[in-house]
Write a protein that binds this ligand. Structure first.
Ligand code: CA
Length: 372
């Protein structure tokens, strides 16, 4: 390196050091001396564990967690390294919430409806039957006041939540018999979690809880008559088309399911501002990525299953949907009556949905129903 180049390099290194000190980072050496090696910048590094409700590297959902960790690590140039643990690797899938709450891990990845038993209001931040779609959920949470409410719901648990993925409108599920009227739900054993399961129960069915890995076998053996999962791409990976013939749409029970990440409050507050921004920005990017990944792949896999695997695509009859809507309202009213926070969130959700729907009628819905 020529002397003038070296001087220029040292000058720049000094400028970087000064700027970095200004941003509150920690240095091993903050002064350069003429003619000596440039100051070595040693930033304080953080190592976080992210525990997830998904099996390791699970298609789309677990991949979303992997992507989030990778993005934070890369965006921070390794200053905040996040290591992902699939469900059961560090803690069981449904203990993820408690583990991050208590600080066993700094970060978690899952879906808010898993925590209904701890905070019923959490369900409104995952999937609401006949609720809002992905676009509306994102709008509600990011700029419509939803985020503040979600933070309020998680605050007693020492957690800071944020959206980290969205499935888009899900499919109604896989059935081994046709659904022609609401009476066909009588005695139907279906794997359908959360609020959707409660709606099924009102229709005379039985909601069965099965871990992801057991659903296929349960359907094959007739332990269940039906299952919902996510959408064509995810469902194809699960192989349900091999054991159930009828594939129903739309997913009235999960119209825009939000996947979440949450961070231990003290761990988050201990980060410098730039790393905090990296965490929240990476979560936003992953939220968008997952929705796009589903949108890109769903139709391909749907057509593949219809053409190559003989899957019978069916739409729920209007009468069935109308009755499910009535039952859903009853279920949501019951949740809202269960505690004041649920009521507060539900009221806000309903008001936002009504406004969003009014606008959708002259924007998205009007566009979607333009004549060919
Ligand atoms: Ca689902």
């Amino acid at each position: 390196m020529a002397d003038n180049e070296r001087r220029d390099f040292l000058k720049k290194a000094g400028a970087v050091t000064a700027a970095a000190v200004g941003s509150g980072l920690v240095f091993g050496c903050s002064q350069e001396k003429k003619g000596e090696a440039p100051a070595v910048v040693t930033k304080k590094t953080y190592e976080w564990k992210m525990v997830t409700t998904w099996p390791p590297h699970f298609p789309v959902l677990g991949e979303g967690a992997d992507k989030l960790a990778e993005m934070i690590t890369t965006m921070s140039d390794g200053q905040l390294k996040v290591q992902v643990y699939g469900g059961g690797e560090l803690v069981p899938p449904l203990e993820v919430f408690d583990a991050v709450s208590q600080g066993t891990a700094e970060m978690g990845h899952g879906a808010a409806y898993y925590w209904a038993g701890k905070a019923p209001a959490a369900q409104f931040f995952a999937a609401v039957p006949f609720g809002m779609n992905a676009q509306q959920m994102n709008a509600w949470i990011y700029t419509g006041g939803g985020m503040e409410l979600w933070e309020e719901v998680y605050a007693p648990f020492n957690l800071k939540p944020m959206p980290a993925g969205n499935t888009g409108v899900q499919m109604g599920g896989w059935f081994n018999r046709e659904i022609k009227s609401i009476a066909d739900f009588q005695g139907l054993k279906m794997r359908i979690p959360g609020l959707g399961g409660k709606v099924l129960a009102k229709a005379g069915g039985t909601a069965i809880l099965s871990a992801g890995g057991e659903i296929y076998t349960n359907l094959e053996r007739g332990v269940i008559d039906a299952t919902e999962w996510v959408g064509p791409y995810n469902d194809y990976k699960m192989g349900f088309y091999k054991v159930a013939k009828y594939y129903y749409y739309p997913g009235w029970h999960e119209p825009g399911t939000v996947l979440e990440t949450f961070v231990n409050k003290q761990a988050f507050e201990a980060l410098p501002k730039n790393l905090q921004d990296i965490v929240t920005t990476a979560a936003m990017a992953c939220n968008l990525w997952m929705l796009c990944e589903s949108e890109t792949k769903n139709n391909f896999y749907l057509q593949k299953m219809i053409k190559e695997e003989g899957v019978q695509l069916r739409k729920f009859p209007d009468d069935v949907i109308k009755q499910l809507r009535v039952y859903s309202k009853e279920v949501l009213d019951e949740v809202a009556a269960s505690d004041p926070m649920s009521k507060k969130v539900y009221d806000h959700f309903l008001k936002y949905q009504a406004d969003a729907q009014q606008w959708a009628k002259i924007s998205e819905l009007a566009y979607a129903s333009l004549p060919d």
